[in-house]
Design a protein around this ligand. Structure first.
Ligand code: HEC
Length: 270
């Protein structure tokens, strides 16, 4: 009996370990692109609001957020209902409606090879870092149906929805200056004024001036968009963080009174 139990628990352990490995492999999405770190900030309301604006304008046409209501989003992000209805709801829905999309999933599958998935949970399934890097690594690839490919999701069916903001990004080689020990650029000792460079390939770079945003502005916008999706995946996290601050304040004030009371009680004893 005991042996049977032991083997059963071993099996269970193996199953858990296997599922963890599988989840890890899944999250990596089959590419080993070196990811840039992403550090979410739910306290940054302007960032969340901008992320919401970008999502409503560039993503909601294809991707629903069907577990989230417009009203809750507006309230959490402190956007007045009239403003939200006028600027962020394009489907003629009411403020209490779920953030669904008008796209027919069967048609979408025909157009893109895969229907655009609901993104409410995407930062939990893939991780916010994955989403952030995914949005930044669309690049020109003429062999793909929409002319673009992606570094963290190779051969993705999605067109580059933000091309007009980012502009054209290509794979290529750049001459980058070498950095000397003192932190400055290394100079050629034989040719005056000449810096020493080396070729860095496989890097992505943006063709200057093809998008509305500069590279920094685009990075910041993708930060906001990912931050917003991180909020959407667990809206109560925002509330919890705010409640946590009040609880801590309460405990500090209570602590002060407890200390004073304690001192009062023991005053006559010594
Ligand atoms: C024209 C329709 C369209 C638009 C607009 C669009 N997407 Fe997509 N997206 C797709 C399709 C189709 C897929 C599925 C691709 C596949 O599985 O090959 C996808 C996949 C994704 C994925 C990967 C999901 C996963 O876990 O597999 C993410 C993340 C994503 N889109 C984010 C966005 C964001 C953010 C925006 C707005 C900036 C956006 N998309 C705009 C069509 C679109």
């Amino acid at each position: 009996m005991r042996q049977k139990l032991a083997s059963l628990s071993l099996q269970l352990l193996l199953a858990v370990a296997a599922s963890l490995v599988f989840a890890g492999a899944n999250a990596a999405g089959g590419s080993n692109y070196p990811m840039e770190a992403f550090d979410a900030d739910l306290e940054d309301l302007p960032s969340l609001q901008n992320g919401y604006r970008l999502y409503a304008n560039y993503c909601l046409g294809c991707h629903s957020l069907k577990y989230q209501r417009y009203e809750r989003t507006a309230d959490d992000l402190q956007i007045p209902h009239e403003v939200a209805l006028e600027q962020l709801v394009f489907t003629g829905q009411l403020i209490g409606g779920l953030m669904t999309t008008a796209m027919d999933p069967n048609k979408a599958k025909e157009w893109f090879g895969a229907p655009p998935p609901d993104l409410t949970m995407v930062t939990r399934v893939r991780g916010p870092e994955w989403v952030y890097n995914y949005l930044k690594t669309f690049y020109v690839d003429e062999t793909r149906p929409f002319g673009v490919n992606n570094k963290v999701f190779p051969n993705v069916g999605m067109p580059h929805a933000l091309l007009e903001l980012q502009g054209v990004q290509r794979e290529g080689c750049l001459q980058v200056p070498e950095i000397a020990a003192n932190g400055g650029e290394r100079r050629d000792p034989l040719v005056a004024g000449q810096t020493i460079t080396h070729e860095q390939c496989g890097l992505l770079y943006v063709e200057e001036g093809t998008g509305l945003y500069s590279a920094e502005e685009y990075d910041a916008a993708m930060y906001d968009l990912t931050n917003f999706l991180h909020y959407v995946a667990e809206p109560s996290r925002l509330q919890r963080q705010r409640t946590g601050v009040y609880v801590l304040l309460f405990l500090i004030i209570l602590g002060v009174f407890t200390y004073l009371l304690n001192r009062e009680f023991w005053k006559g004893v010594h």
